[in-house]
Write a protein that binds this ligand. Structure first.
Ligand code: TXA
Ligand code: MG
Length: 330
């Protein structure tokens, strides 16, 4: 399992799609762009391929994976949709939404990918290359974000390369992703529950459902003792540099992650300054977030000091990721 692989990089296009489908069919690991972040794909029905995927990412195998499919028919072969699941699927797929559903009776997704849960996470991505690969391959593809476990998710192919070179077979380079934070995860339990804020704003989902989403319980343990959202480990999405949130002044030697044009004291002594969105646009900020965290992480700053970011729209996902980046480092 520790064999060093030669990681090929191909520009998005027909040849890359064919190579990706071929590699997946052989049990290989293929990174490809989705509209949220780059994913690291493996054949969802092949336990050996999934074991290699956990190994390549250094990801604990109790943290289950999202099965990506090309259309609703394929989704309905692996998960059981109730009325609210169908409503959300029809409103938002393809797109940055993942639904956690009871497994269908003949669900082909390997047990290892669902970490032994009786639910399965499903998403139809909106990116053209991701959809071409899913169509060419013809089976569900599990795809976590294509980063080393615990690290910041990749938004360009170079991020994937720097984390996973020599550990995976192929990277399909489709340029920068559009959304920049991972999909919103909704658990379809008794009531729809927001398991992870993400690229689809909560308000859009609540509008379609006609009610507010449930919040996960504090300890995120279900009755069976299984974590409801096992990946929501407190420290996650973390740069190596310490992260300090909601700052109104920066200390000498800190790097500033700014938002909007608000005033901040100490800026002249900053080690570096990057602005997520000078015009205060949360969509633009989400698209820049992970790339800027990676860039500031290379500046040997004392800390990354982050200005306050409003919590509406994609702000909820941005603040969630920043809180996780700050855990244990404040
Ligand atoms: O945008 C995205 O969702 C990206 C792209 C590549 O599609 N994928 C992604 O995957 O973010 P990953 O593995 O980094 O995050 C998946 C999350 C984890 O927190 C995992 O615990 C949760 O989904 N998850 C998967 N299956 C689950 C299940 N059956 N019940 C609860 N949570 C589940
Ligand atoms: Mg991830």
């Amino acid at each position: 399992m520790n064999t060093v692989l030669k990681t090929a990089i191909l520009p998005a296009g027909e040849a890359a799609v064919a190579a990706a489908a071929h590699a997946l069919a052989r049990g290989g690991l293929v990174a490809f762009p989705t509209e949220t972040v780059y994913g690291l794909g493996a054949d969802a029905t092949n336990a050996a391929a999934i074991a290699r995927l956990y190994q390549a990412k250094g990801r604990p195998a109790f943290n289950p994976l999202i099965a990506h499919v090309g259309d609703l028919d394929a989704a309905r072969r692996i998960g059981r949709f109730d009325a609210s699941a169908l409503l959300l699927a029809e409103a938002f797929w393809p797109g940055p939404l993942t639904l956690v559903l009871p497994k269908a009776a003949d669900c082909a997704v390997a047990e290892l990918a669902t970490a032994g849960l009786d639910t399965v996470a499903i998403r139809i991505p909106a990116h053209a290359i991701a959809r071409d690969i899913l169509r060419a391959f013809g089976r569900p593809v599990v795809a976590p974000s294509a980063n080393l476990s615990g690290h910041v998710s990749p938004t360009i192919a170079a991020h994937v390369h720097s984390d996973l070179e020599g550990r995976i077979d192929l990277i399909v380079d489709g340029g920068a992703v559009a959304v920049g934070v991972e999909s919103t995860i909704i658990g379809i339990f008794d009531q729809p529950m927001l398991l992870r804020p993400g690229g689809l704003p909560r308000a859009d989902i609540e509008r379609v459902l006609g009610r507010t989403l449930q919040e996960p319980p504090e300890d995120t343990e279900s009755d069976s003792g299984q974590p409801l959202a096992p990946g929501m480990l407190a420290s996650h999405y973390a740069p190596r540099t310490k992260v300090r949130l909601n700052v109104d002044r920066i200390e000498p030697g800190e790097a500033l992650l700014a938002f909007g044009l608000g005033a901040i004291s100490g800026i002249d002594e900053a080690a570096a300054v990057m602005n997520l969105s000078a015009r205060g646009d949360l969509d633009e900020a989400a698209a820049n977030l992970f790339g800027f965290l990676r860039a500031l992480d290379t500046r040997a700053a004392r800390a990354i000091a982050v200005m306050p970011i409003p919590n509406d729209g994609l702000g909820e996902a941005i603040n969630d990721r920043l809180r996780r980046a700050a855990v244990g480092r404040e």
